[in-house]
Ligand binder design. Structure first.
Ligand code: PXP
Length: 258
């Protein structure tokens, strides 16, 4: 643990291993094998999104991940009766409720927690009653954070997509504005007692800004790591991400203590 700042966990999302497998059918490459490699290389947990259309991860993948993983499984899913039944069958460590359809999301892309509060309340209650930690994937918007706290979610995962898009476009002003919005959101969420995670679109170039935010305790990263694995292997990609996170966290902790 880095002194002065809590340990920052890395959740590796293995969805896109399944995307490649499904492009041909069959069993190769196996998302479970990728999950084991990611854990050996320093992942603290594995994230998988069971989509309603099963475009990548399958029901059988979730069963195998749950029974064979040695680290916590974070199941991303829509808040539908079908997905809730699956979650209650497998009891992952956490469920992150994400929007899949247009009407479930805000204009920016996070879950529309304010508009869907009545629908989300029983879903969250049922998952929590089964001992599953509940995370809501939201924009760093004060109203979404307030609604998440009122719904008694355990965690909010802040959507970093806009920050990463500004970074990809080399828009320093956009990046600074979005990083400030994320930092403010992280601090407001923590003040309301919510655990704070972040993710979507993170890369070697964008991870440090999030790793420096003291309230953020977990990052979930997938597409970029699986893409990098093509060039240098998954363990190397995970190790490099892990060390960039640790370096940024350590530098931020040094500033806090100075
Ligand atoms: N967090 C959440 C809630 C997500 O839905 C996703 C994408 O599945 C991620 C993190 C990971 O995003 P990426 O694959 O762009 O790293």
């Amino acid at each position: 643990m880095t002194k002065g700042l809590s340990y920052l966990r890395l959740g590796v999302n293995i969805d896109h291993v399944a995307t490649i497998r499904n492009a041909r059918g069959g069993r190769h490459p196996d998302p479970l094998r990728a999950a084991h490699l990611a854990v050996e290389a320093g992942a603290d947990g594995i994230t998988a999104h069971l989509r309603e259309d099963r475009r990548h991860i399958s029901d059988a993948d979730i069963a195998r991940l749950k029974s064979e993983l040695t680290r916590p499984l974070n199941l991303e899913m829509a808040a539908t009766p079908e997905m809730v039944a699956i979650a209650l069958r497998h009891v992952p460590n956490a469920c992150c409720l994400v929007p899949e359809r247009r009407e479930e999301r805000t204009t920016e892309g996070g879950l529309d927690v304010v508009g869907q509060k009545a629908m989300l309340a029983p879903v969250i209650a049922d998952l929590k009653a089964a001992g599953i930690r509940v995370s809501l994937f939201i924009e760093p918007d004060p109203r979404a954070i307030e609604a998440s706290a009122e719904l008694a979610a355990d965690i909010v995962e802040l959507h970093t997509g806009a920050y990463c898009e500004y970074a990809a476009a080399d828009d320093a002003r956009g990046m600074a504005a979005e990083a400030a919005r994320l930092a403010q959101g992280a601090s407001e969420a923590a003040a309301r007692g919510l655990e704070v995670h972040a993710g979507h679109g993170l890369t070697f170039n964008t991870v440090a800004a999030l790793a420096r935010m003291p309230e953020v305790v977990e990052l979930n990263i997938g597409h970029f790591l699986i893409g990098e694995a093509i060039f240098g292997g998954l363990p190397a990609a995970v190790r490099r991400m892990r060390s960039l996170m640790d370096e940024a966290r350590h530098a931020a902790a040094s500033r806090v203590l100075a």
